[in-house]
Design a protein around this ligand. Sequence first.
Ligand code: ZN
Length: 208
Amino acid sequence: MDLFSQEIERSELKKGDHVYVWRMVLLYNHHGIYVGDGKIIHFVDPRMDGSFLSSSSSSSSLTRCRMSCCGSEKVAGSGVRMSCIDCFIENGSLCRYKYQAEKWFVVFKLRRGTCTTARSDRPEEVVHRATYLFENGYVEYDLEDNNCEDFALYCKTGLWSTNKSTQKRSSQVIFDLNKGIVKLRELGVRKDVVKVPVEELRLFVSRL
Ligand SMILES: [Zn+2]
């Protein structure tokens, strides 16, 4: 078995899982939180065409979707959507994001946005955060600092940076050219992150 494989079968999905799938069209991994009943809550750029991962899409595999809420946003324009597993996976392969990974593992896999040293909260808390953000809206999308992966990392950990300029929650390698060193900025070991209750997130972010 491949030590680094994180691919899973649908039957292995558990509530509160952070999953991702490679999106060939967009050339990046798309991330989401499995909330049970075959549903995934995920964050997309609200400016994107509404047909993305939606049952109204003309793309072949999606036209068969029977879940009425698939691709919907409860809060229009929030970018937080609910999709069925089939539409989320489309033609990709389903993988589970790894939590409490060792540092060497993170460094080794870094480019692929697949793991973190951070610890996941209990599944009920994770599902609560994702569901709350779906029902009440989230904060602004930012391709670099607050994308689908950052959304899922927040749902899993409740962690948010107190520093407005370093919102990004996914792992980063930082090259310090002056000192000639490479640093790993990793959610599990960062000192500038705090737990923010999902009900208070928007207020917290507005005060940064
Ligand atoms: Zn669907």
